[in-house]
Design a protein around this ligand. Structure first.
Ligand SMILES: O=C(CO)[C@@H](O)[C@H](O)COP(=O)(O)O
Ligand SMILES: [Fe+2]
Length: 229
């Protein structure tokens, strides 16, 4: 996985057909997705339950590019090795998920995956100030985690602060929640490069009619690239 700051669209399969995950991953990639975003929820850190490492391993052969695993679980550390073995390229843990995020990021890198750290809307940018050299990606949540299809919460100030803190380090800024053609320019202008989008990518399409996925991805990308700082 090479680093670059171009805009990347990462469809969240939380909005895909749960009975067809393999085909859905292949379909969004064929329609222009850069990464595939996988939301892991435990019913404890967040009020919803999705899937675990076995599901990630099952979809891995259907994803040619980056599998981006967003862990909304607590504790995180006992499961890092399992998600790495399942083929995650990026494993992101929440700073709010436990007292030892520094150790967690070290363990993610030791597993061979890129290390991501996520911030809930109520958590300030400064929470990652001492983690920047251990981090490959900072995920700024623009909804409270747990569900797809929620209303975007503007975190532009936080994104700008993070971009300045990161300086020339090779660290992605990922935005997760409520990203669509209207909100993509707001986060791109503030300096985000990875845009997760669930509902806005999967709406109107299906594995048997995937063309709308492509149109949706192109629309979000064009809106973001038009203003990317
Ligand atoms: O992590 C999460 C939600 O907790 C996200 O990845 C959502 O799945 C994004 O879905 P939309 O807001 O784009 O519908
Ligand atoms: Fe997510």
């Amino acid at each position: 996985m090479t680093f670059d700051r171009s805009i990347k669209i990462a469809p969240s399969i939380l909005a895909a057909d749960f009975a067809n995950f393999g085909a859905e991953c292949a379909a969004v990639e064929a329609q222009g997705a850069d990464w595939v975003h996988v939301d892991v929820m435990d019913g404890h850190f967040v009020p919803n339950i999705t899937f675990g490492p076995a599901m990630c391993a099952a979809i891995r052969p259907h994803i040619k590019g980056v599998m981006d695993v967003h862990l909304m679980i607590s504790p995180v550390d006992p499961y890092i090795e399992d998600f790495a073995k399942a083929g995650a390229d990026v494993i992101t843990a929440h700073v709010e998920a436990g007292p030892h995020i520094h150790r967690t990021l070290q363990a993610i890198r030791a597993s061979g995956a890129k290390a991501g750290v996520a911030l809930n809307p109520g958590t300030p940018a400064e929470a990652v100030a001492h983690l920047l050299d251990l981090t490959d990606l900072i995920c700024v949540m623009t909804v409270n985690p747990g569900f797809g299809g929620q209303k975007f919460i503007d975190m532009s100030d936080k994104i700008r602060t993070l971009r300045a803190m990161i300086g020339d380090r090779p660290v992605h800024i990922e935005i997760d929640g409520g990203v669509d053609p209207k909100t993509a320019p707001i986060v791109a202008q503030a300096g985000a490069d990875v845009l997760v989008a669930g509902s806005a990518v999967f709406k109107g399409g299906s594995v048997s009619d995937p063309a709308p996925y492509g149109a949706n991805i192109r629309e979000i990308r064009a809106a973001a690239e038009g203003v990317y700082a």
